[in-house]
Write a protein that binds this ligand. Structure first.
Ligand SMILES: Nc1ncnc2c1ncn2[C@@H]1O[C@H](COP(=O)(O)OP(=O)(O)OP(=O)(O)O)[C@@H](O)[C@H]1O
Ligand SMILES: Nc1ccn([C@H]2C[C@H](O)[C@@H](COP(=O)(O)O)O2)c(=O)n1
Ligand SMILES: [Mg+2]
Length: 240
């Protein structure tokens, strides 16, 4: 799609060449002559509009079920872009955004941040990427998250993965994660498990009823779990 790169400006008087540069910078267009224009790879930071909606996978599971770990493997094998809702929120905290303090409090309490905020961060991240396939990890965490995404983005996910892991295993993993997360302690973990059961399980059931859910038994080694994940994405690659 992005074909020719030679600059016409080198063949022009300098005033015209400068005007041409300005137009190229403004519109991401490269002008080939009197009769044709062609859209070229945009300048850094400018992303062309998508011709079709990206392929979206929601990745769900309790705290410590291994969502992030398995997402890294999917990225490596299938070239997805990984967007962790939790990571996007943590970035908001560390960038000292106006909502940072509120988000930090919610995360410490194991509560769910207002959906508009999370959806906008996800939407912005998708729009600023040139990839056409995304893993949205840890989202939607509640019916309100799900409905807000559908309202703002106007699309349903293509696939939903659910990493199903026993509570005692999740607690063990979180308490030995050692990444300095403010919510990796037993008190917050208890609250996160309660929130998972009361708010996230209904979303998981919703997607199960819609026939979009792939349930993974998230016990065993990371590689054993990925053996269940691999065929799901391999099948979608074949269908493309
Ligand atoms: N199959 C596994 N066996 C043992 N430990 C694992 C396994 N998968 C992941 N872990 C470890 O468990 C911890 C939690 O994993 P991970 O961060 O992927 O979970 P998560 O679902 O993303 O959790 P959270 O919702 O809290 O972000 C990490 O320290 C990770 O290295
Ligand atoms: N959709 C989301 C995702 C995450 N959060 C907040 C609350 C979670 O406990 C915390 C950490 O998320 P994780 O990294 O475990 O996926 O981030 C939220 O409010 N809404
Ligand atoms: Mg995670």
């Amino acid at each position: 799609m992005w074909r020719r790169t030679t600059l016409l400006s080198s063949l022009m008087p300098s005033s015209k060449a400068s005007l041409l540069h300005q137009m190229q910078a403004a519109y991401g267009l490269k002008i080939w002559g009197a009769f044709s224009t062609e859209v070229l790879k945009p300048a850094k930071g400018r992303i062309p509009p998508r011709e079709k909606p990206p392929f979206i996978t929601f990745v769900l599971g309790g705290p410590g079920s291994g969502k992030g770990t398995q997402c890294a493997k999917i990225v490596e094998t299938f070239g997805f872009t990984h967007l962790s809702a939790g990571d996007l929120l943590r970035k908001e905290i560390s960038s000292n955004s106006e909502n940072g303090a509120m988000i930090l409090n919610m995360i410490k309490e194991g509560k769910i941040v207002p959906s508009d905020m999370t959806v906008k961060l996800i939407q912005r991240a998708i729009e600023s990427s040139e990839n056409d396939k995304f893993l949205i990890d840890g989202f939607p965490r509640s019916e309100e998250n799900r409905q807000t995404y559908e309202r703002i983005v106007g699309e349903e996910p293509n696939v939903v993965l659910f990493f199903d892991c026993p509570e005692e295993e999740m607690v063990k993993r979180v308490l030995s994660r050692n990444q300095g997360r403010v919510d990796d302690n037993i008190d917050t973990m208890r609250k996160r498990l309660e929130v998972f059961t009361s708010l996230n399980l209904p979303v998981i059931n919703y997607y199960s009823e819609k026939g979009k859910l792939y349930k993974i038994r998230a016990v065993g080694t990371e590689d054993e779990i990925f053996e269940q994940v691999h065929p799901i994405f391999a099948a979608f690659e074949v269908l493309k």
